[in-house]
Design a protein around this ligand. Structure first.
Ligand code: EPZ
Length: 434
């Protein structure tokens, strides 16, 4: 199992590049189910979750060509035939987002058999809102033996109101609605850029969608969709993670190939914490810090609020800020797994329900720590970059799920970080974790 060895103390200086958004790539790849023609996606990150999704689509009968040496970050998916509208538990248990194939499978094939995702490190992760929306659109859904089976001769347009704002729920039902008979109105939708990315691809494929990116989306169902080529957005969470890395290490870091428009609340909070942030045009942001950081409170909310996926990273920053920061996690019920590991490195953090109180500035000392989920892992890397001594981070496969070549990118701007373990080549020769 791979580990990271990180020696703290180096400020990060230079330019670091952001990959495509994992959480856009996953629904956009699933959208290929909706047509028999080729769907080519560019700016796809080479991360473990994308490989998992590739295996899932291939198991259904897709031909998935990963990028070549000229375009390593593109993929072409062809669902000329859909032989098996099923997402097996062996795949779903490793990636909850597999439930994103539910809507498109019912829309394309009239049926779907998808393993219930079960929980994960950060919470229960139910999909009841996905199910309720499909039933409202005329699907009959039976749940047994840990699977759900959905059937519908043809979904019909409906008026859907989400009890809670759900990103993949919005995406799943949007993909169901584009081939439904009639109009679908979806209210209380997620407004995340990843939803807008998916809608842009679907419109290119011939779907009739209005309002993506707002809380109300209108869809006029069509009878078929054609292929398309689409470049997905940069990963706003990877970009935010790098901005925090520049601030926490008292560096001078330019984060390139990002979209500053998607980072407004994260930038505002990093500035409130005492760093200087400059937007260098439409694709780059520069962060500088003299190391004097100030406490700032955050409360996670759906987009455009402060993202839950940045909570753990910001908590690492808060451990170095003078004063008391209150960090409230409103989206998931168990997203403080990083707290105990940060405390083992010397942080002063007390959790009471959904709020963590962080007293800084704490002198962190290197330690052997354990990664538990994707963003908690990033938080531990950030802490290790400023801790005194050499930290060992175990189970970094969590990072490889959503951060492409993370240690190489950080090495490129001065971090002392090495991967220990087996590195194998992906299909097109790029290095990736085993
Ligand atoms: C997406 O997960 C992201 N994953 C998550 O990123 C992200 O943290 C989350 O949105 C919130 O922004 C992908 O896009 C692949 P939700 P998702 O449905 O869609 C409850 C990362 O680190 N809920 O918006 O699964 C749910 O329990 C990952 O990249 C229901 O109750 O999250 C949660 O409390 C982690 N019933 C809240 O809604 C449902 O049917 C928001 O969840 C669906 C969700």
């Amino acid at each position: 199992m791979d580990k990271f060895v990180i020696r703290g103390g180096n400020p990060l200086v230079g330019t670091i590049r952001v990959s495509g958004a994992k959480n856009s790539a996953l629904p956009c790849m699933a959208a290929a189910i909706l047509t028999e023609e080729d769907v080519t996606l560019e700016n796809i990150p080479q991360v473990r979750d994308i490989d998992t999704e590739r295996r899932l689509l291939v198991s259904m009968g897709a031909e998935v060509k990963l990028g070549d040496r000229l375009l390593p970050h593109s993929t072409t998916i062809s669902f000329r035939t859909l032989t098996l509208p099923e997402a097996k538990y062996e795949i779903v248990k490793t990636m909850r987002a597999s439930s994103l194939v539910l809507g498109p499978l019912v829309a394309r094939a009239g049926m779907a058999r998808v393993a219930m995702p079960g929980g994960c490190a950060i919470g229960g992760r139910p999909i009841d809102l996905h199910i309720r929306g499909l039933e409202k659109m005329g699907a009959t859904i039976v749940q047994e033996h840990g699977y759900l089976e959905a059937r519908a001769t043809r979904l019909k347009g409906a008026h859907l109101v989400f009890d809670k704002i759900t990103v993949t729920g919005t995406e799943d039902l949007l993909m169901a609605a584009v081939l439904a008979h009639g109009e679908t109105v979806m209210q209380n939708c997620a407004r995340e850029p990843e939803v807008t990315d998916l809608a842009a691809l679907l419109i290119l494929m011939g779907a009739k969608i209005e309002g993506a990116g707002t809380s109300t989306i209108h869809v006029q169902g069509v009878t078929s969709l054609h292929g398309a080529r689409y470049r997905i957005n940069p990963d706003r969470i990877e970009a935010g993670t790098f901005l925090v890395a520049g601030a926490i290490t008292a560096g001078d870091l330019t984060v390139a190939d990002c979209n500053p428009e998607h980072l407004r609340t994260v930038i505002a909070k990093i500035e409130e914490a005492g760093a200087t942030v400059d937007i260098l045009g439409p694709y780059a942001v520069r962060v500088r810090s003299d190391g004097n950081l100030k406490a700032a409170d955050i409360s996670t909310e759906e987009y455009p609020g402060f993202p839950t996926d940045m909570q753990a990273q910001f908590m690492a920053l808060a451990t170095q800020a003078e004063g008391v920061s209150k960090i409230t996690e409103n989206i998931f019920e168990n997203r403080f797994m990083h707290v105990q590991e940060l405390v083992r490195m010397g942080a002063n953090i007390k959790v009471d329900g959904r709020t963590a109180t962080v007293r800084g500035a704490a002198r962190l000392s290197a330690a052997a720590v354990m990664c538990s989920d994707l963003r908690a892992s990033a938080s531990l890397v950030l802490a290790a970059l400023v801790a005194e001594g050499e930290s060992i981070l175990d189970r970094v496969y969590h990072m490889d799920r959503g951060y492409e070549r993370f240690e190489e990118k950080l090495q490129g701007v001065g971090a002392q970080i090495q991967r220990m373990g087996n590195v194998f080549k992906t299909r097109n020769g790029e290095a990736a974790a085993d």
